[in-house]
Design a protein around this ligand. Sequence first.
Ligand SMILES: Cc1cc2nc3c(=O)[nH]c(=O)nc-3n(C[C@H](O)[C@H](O)[C@H](O)COP(=O)(O)O)c2cc1C
Length: 428
Amino acid sequence: MSKAINDFRLKLGGKEYVPILVGGMGVDISTAELALEIARLGGIGHISDAMVPTVSDRRFKTKFVQEKQRKYKYNVGSTDKAVVQFDLERLAEAQRLHVGRTMEAKKGDGAVFVNCMEKLTMNNPRDTLQVRLLAAMDAEVEGITLSAGLHLGSMELMKDHPRFNDVLLGIIVSSARALRPFLKRAAKYKRLPDYIIVEGPLAGGHLGFGIDDWQEFDLKTIVPEVLNFLKENELDIPVIPAGGVFTGTDAVDFFESGSSAVQVATRFTVTNECGLPERTKHHYFEAEEEDIVVNTISPTGYPMRMLKQSPGIGSGIRPNCEAFGYILDNHGHCAYVEAYNRELEKKPEKISVPDKTCLCTHFRKFSIWTCGHYVYRLKDTTHKLENGKYQMLSAEEVFRDYQYSKDHAITLPEKKQSVSSDVSLAAA
Ligand SMILES: Cc1cc2nc3c(=O)[nH]c(=O)nc-3n(C[C@H](O)[C@H](O)[C@H](O)COP(=O)(O)O)c2cc1C
């Protein structure tokens, strides 16, 4: 008989979960509201700490960004951004607010984790990452997913925190090769990860593959490689595939060959709880396969998948590192700032930067529409209403469909009246 996700459970830290993780989607695309709903339903939801001062300002009306911008206003015209440092105490405050308030609101049997990207180097990679990790643990987060980097120094940064052995810790890797050095370091601190997310080339966000070779990889072959590697080393750590798991049955196929849960994201981008603006969610629904591009415009150096209609592509916006500056490396450099300065020297009337994007500004404005490869199938997960729009989904509808679906079937939500659905959404 065919099985559904609900026939399985993920065991982590002595608890059992519905084996569905909703991945971190920065900047505040995976909102606290979305993560909390997933936890209520018995799964694991992620918030993300990408640009956490900005996120805190939006959520709690704090003034972290304004304060930083004011302090460094004198530097706006300068091409050198090295002086623009984050105040570590303020950063900790923002992280404790974002994570802490979310944890206080948690209900249900599931969990809320935070996604921490190493590539958010913030002009002081070591100290800012340490502050984010420690403050998240202070704020009682249940789990930390280390992402966008090898995290070879992250255990050292966390080791003295009283919750180091109690918080659940996981890492996202795209190969067994990337996992090896992390596990070596982890063994040194006698703190192996509690779970390993294996992200394939069809995921949204940044990809852990090269721009020229990502198409040669397949999650279905990478996951067994990681499982074998763990077996050979007698390590019993849950493995969680991610990237292109579009139906519950896709997940079951992985469970039957040794995986313990799946991490998904794209299907939740068109839920009411997702942080994307309503009109952007409609672009996701309307996307066709030929609209999807993988490019290198992210200044992080990682390839990224997005819709080619993203308004942030090719924009020549002035870098706003005095307010943001999340991609500045430890010398105060960012590939976008360099590309922008190059264009500026040409003295054009209107600057356009075709090869890089200002990730901070454009993610804050939701104008880089990153997505998983199967974004073009979202239209098959709901109704097209008489007014031509797609009916928005609730996180519960998507979660339940993953949880109970069999044989790749997708259960559509109950159909709403065409006009009232948009009116009620506008009023919400
Ligand atoms: C809109 C969007 C934003 C994302 N942002 C991040 C992020 O900030 N950090 C991260 O580690 N992964 C990010 N991801 C990857 C997801 O967490 C997840 O692992 C992956 O997209 C799962 O594949 P799926 O989208 O095909 O379900 C993002 C994915 C999407 C769709």
